[in-house]
Ligand binder design. Structure first.
Ligand code: NDP
Length: 487
């Protein structure tokens, strides 16, 4: 944080600089918090439906800029164009959904134990929310946090990943163009130490973090050491797809390809464990390998590309190292496994869609998040064993079960201990009106999106109104008083 500069580059062609940024200093973070704090007071006084109108207007601006933004996402984060468009579309959808919440119930009413008395709750902004985001959904994830935070009346200080800062800058520009006061959303740039400054800043009441488990732990520790603060964590995954012998295997192949190799496997919900019944495992693995080998690896903005680059060379080397460790454990390589070069994308870090067989619940590859296009196949001989395998994992984000047996599907929904379960659909593909998040080491109980997505950005106040005109002791042991009252 010494006033340095850094560049965000195209992961497919790292010599191509997307934009340059000053690394925010500690003083710049302080200044950002001060500005957001001052602006937040006025914003909190704006009626909620009016705040919602501004958010709806952001959605319209994002829609009008969708093609340009999608191209930027593709160039800066390496997502193929269709996925980059999906990233922007999620933000547009989130704007519509959150704007709608602005005219929804803002609290609850409750009966009271005493006559002539009732209770209700109201929701209030927390103040300034600190946000730290990853690069893999560089428009969608900021929208999942910023829209509900704004609707709830908060100010925002956000630090995007060093890999996708321009996407965040463009997203925030759309917010300001739509009428969000410029000081209300502050973007600070840089690396982990800028995130650390946000996590422990005394002017920040809530921290909303999405990223890896190790970083999440650091953020939470820093926030609580100088807190307490509200800290929401959305962390990694090791998501399993279960294939039972009665499943529609064509659907399984399509789902596994999309789930495991979409976004080059760099989604928190990517399918990274394929738990397949022994009766169909050869058929599934052979068909999947044949299809995976035909996926087109290339420049993400080029039409026809199926798999773009991973985010940087370091990441590709880490993935290659993980594959090597898996093979060293005696697992066998079915297809892929290597960093490959792509013509016209000099220096880009591309990794082949990779399938590895012979892993068990306890293998290195089934226990550790790869965050790359690597699928571990685990054989199973029963539904019960498959579910146990899914749950025998420290992460709890997403799981999928392929079966035509509705009873089995419903049993899986109940028995699987992840935050998201799909039946006959891959582990990826969230819709913004359903809560998103995971159990165990994937998170700390908050959810993003859906109605629950507002919870991390507001404080609840309980209000009791007594219109009896006398002192009523609202305690359960005072029930005699209630019974004695003439109603
Ligand atoms: P990281 O944890 O490496 O980084 C996330 C953010 O934290 C970045 O902005 C990073 O900055 C910042 N950061 C790094 N160190 C610190 C620190 N000490 N204090 C505060 N902030 C810090 O994750 P990635 O960006 O690599 O994203 C991939 C991970 O995110 C995967 O584990 C994936 O599963 C998870 N993820 C989870 C999602 C969910 O909803 N559950 C959704 C999407 C991704 P910088 O990049 O500049 O170092």
């Amino acid at each position: 944080m010494a006033g340095d500069r850094f560049a965000s580059v195209n992961p497919a062609r790292p010599a191509e600089v997307i934009a340059e940024f000053d690394v925010s200093t500690l003083a710049a973070v302080d200044d950002a918090v001060a500005r957001a704090t001052a602006a937040q007071r006025a914003w909190a006084a704006v009626p909620v439906p009016r705040r919602a109108e501004v958010i709806a207007a952001i959605g319209e601006i994002l829609a009008s800029r969708k093609a340009a933004l999608a191209t930027l996402v593709s160039r800066e984060a390496g997502k193929i164009l269709v996925e980059a468009g999906g990233d922007v579309q999620e933000a547009i959808d989130m704007a519509g959904y959150i704007a709608g919440q602005g005219r929804n119930a803002w609290g609850e009413t409750h009966p009271c134990e005493m006559p002539d008395k009732f209770g209700f709750t109201t929701r209030h902004p927390v103040g300034v929310v600190g946000m730290i985001t990853p690069w893999n959904f560089p428009v969608a994830i900021p929208s999942w946090k910023i829209f509900p935070a704004l609707l709830a009346g908060n100010g925002v200080v956000i630090k995007p990943s060093e890999h996708a800062p321009q996407c965040c800058a463009e997203f925030v520009r759309a917010c300001v163009d739509a009428g969000v006061p410029a000081d209300l959303i502050q973007v600070v740039y840089g690396f982990g130490d800028v995130g650390a400054a946000i996590s422990s800043h005394p002017g920040i009441r809530a921290v909303s973090f999405t990223g890896s488990v190790p970083t999440g732990r650091l953020v939470a520790s820093a926030a609580m050491a100088s807190g307490p603060r509200l800290v929401s964590l959305e962390l990694g995954g090791k998501n399993a797809m279960v294939v039972m012998p009665d499943a529609d295997l064509d659907l399984v192949i399509e789902g596994a390809l999309f789930g495991a190799f979409g976004t080059a496997g760099q989604r928190c919900t990517s399918t990274s464990r394929l738990v397949v019944h022994r009766d169909v495992v050869d058929e599934v693995v052979d068909a999947l390998a044949a299809r995976a080998g035909k996926l087109v690896i290339g420049d993400p903005v080029a039409p026809g590309t199926d798999v773009g680059p991973v985010i940087d060379r370091k990441s590709a080397e880490r993935i290659a190292g993980m594959v090597e460790t898996a093979l060293g454990e005696g697992n066998s390589l079915v297809t892929g496994g290597k960093i490959v070069a792509v013509e016209g994308c000099e220096g880009g870090a591309f990794f082949e869609p990779t399938i590895i067989r012979g892993t068990t619940r306890d293998s290195y590859l089934t226990r550790n998040e790869v965050f790359g296009p690597v699928l571990a196949v685990v054989e199973t001989d029963s539904f019960a064993d498959a579910i146990e395998t899914v749950n025998d994992c420290e992460y709890g984000l997403s799981a999928a079960v392929y079966t035509r047996d509705v009873n089995q599907a419903m049993r899986a929904v109940h028995a699987i201990d992840t935050g998201i379960v799909y039946i006959n659909a891959p582990t990826i593909g969230a819709e913004i009106h359903l809560p998103f998040g995971g159990t165990k080491h994937t998170g700390n109980g908050y959810r993003e999106a859906g109605k629950r997505g507002l919870e991390q950005f507001s404080e609840t106040k309980s209000v009791y109104i007594d219109f009896s005109g006398r002192l009523q002791k609202a305690q359960i042991d005072n029930r005699d008083a209630i019974e004695a009252t003439d109603v």
